[in-house]
Design a protein around this ligand. Sequence first.
Ligand code: AMP
Length: 577
Amino acid sequence: MSVIVGIDLGTTNSEIAVIRDGKPEIIPVEGEPIMPSCVGIDPGGNILVGRTAKNQMVAAPEATILSIKRKMGENTRISLADRSFSPEEISAMILTKLKSVAETHLGEAVTEAVITVPAYFDDAQRKATRSAGELAGLKVRRIINEPTAAALAYDHDLGTDQTVLVYDLGGGTFDASLVVVQNGVVEVKASHGNTHLGGDDFDRLLMDYADDLFFEQQGVRLKTDLKAANRLWAAVEKAKRELSDAPYARIREEFILSDLHLDLEIARTDYEEMIRPLLEKTMDSVHRCFKDAAILPGAVDKVILVGGSSRTPLVSELVGNAIRTETHQEIDPDLIVAMGAAIQAGVINGQKTHSILVDITPYTFGTRAVGMLDGQMREDIFVPLIRRGTALPAKKGEAFATMFDGQKAVDVRIFQGEAPLAEDNIFIGNFLVEGLSDCPAGNEIVLTLALDLNGLLQVTAVEKRTGLSKTVTMETDNGKAPLDLNAARENLSAALGHAPATTADASQTTDAKQALINAAKDLRKRAGVLLDSIDPTDAQELRSLLADSQKAVSNGDADRLAQLNESLSDMLFYLED
Ligand code: AMP
């Protein structure tokens, strides 16, 4: 049985994958999982494809072409140095390189492929893609839609009826698609987007920002010098990626223009304000998609984020707020479409395929801070940093500010859970950062959480203005912390007045702890209603139990909480009568 490869022939980057031992595997190109969809001709007349072509992009723009996908299906010629090519021929060069890399990697000839295209591609564009494959010596067994490939990667046989929103934000294009799976039939019900919107636009905004700042300081523009502009582009793109995981990014380029240096810092909040209008435009496409498909957002079972730029945290925030369904990006958003294509190839080849397994955190980790909840300012808001479903290992940072003038210390408290109030979640640990500078309120503290595959959580707090830092490693619950489950269940059933549902997987312990916390919250609420109407002695006793219950939650003391829940439950039984 000869191999069939899956290829994501993208506007900015392309990837190739194959099924091995039932699982999709990305084949690296020159050590990288993704290859720039770039073709060029070097001064010696040799064809360059991928990274080497991209490297000469700024120096030799007339001999280099990127984003040929935008021209597929057009009857046009592209000039490259002193030669000219059709869009199919250029795409064939990209496919030829991927094919040859796969042959070396697999040690066998590769002659068949499944290639993905955007759902909005018309017949001419699909035919052109097929022709490009054939020019590259590949029999194109099937052309599939990119959103369908993404859905396949999450659910390899699409055996369950479902409605999936695929939000795909790449380097140069954006599209949103609604994929409906019913009785094994997969249909892209609607697709909308913008073929000129993506991460490259974010780079341009950052370049303008840095260029303006440099001009203010030095009186010269970086963008007018080709070499400096190229370095600036690479630097802002790197900073942009860093801002997906950290609250600040520093851009430092020495001797960027003769003897001048560029040195600036950008805050994620400022960057988000720059790109917000563009992301809002993507949300307009999402809404049009719903309208066209006559589907309500509430009917969506799953939201899948695709494309490198969908790693921008503001994307999941905006999409999550609009759809109110968890967004999935556990599978690498750069590679997911190629993996889905490989799964389709495997199905055509009669190979058994499995779902893609990724290590993810089943719980959200965050800290406690002052913030608004239901229009009320509170001191105990839970601020998530690493969200449930994030692929591991994960590292995420956020900036916080001190509350008081001259504040010398902060108590960093870490919780695990999904509740909006910190203390309704599981307490993981805390530490004090002392010796902060004597300055007005608003002193920034950058908190970074790094979670590894073993559930070890490294928490670092840094005073931004001085670099004073403290790092503590905490063991997260991960379903392994000791707790007497039977005792917890008994206690719970007393508190709830009925037997709690039994849990059956490895997260039992955590679920039981969370259930204890929920039960305590419930009991405190019931007690709160009674406080003003009962005998003062009873009220005093009840208040003391409530304070102890709150303390046990704060300290993460599950055993004590179990006892207190029981006492509270007994007392309420008698008081509510
Ligand atoms: P794609 O076309 O899907 O390969 O996406 C490429 C785009 O994703 C480029 O604009 C990258 O700069 C951008 N990108 C890659 N990684 C990240 C990241 N971690 N955060 C934000 N943008 C990213």
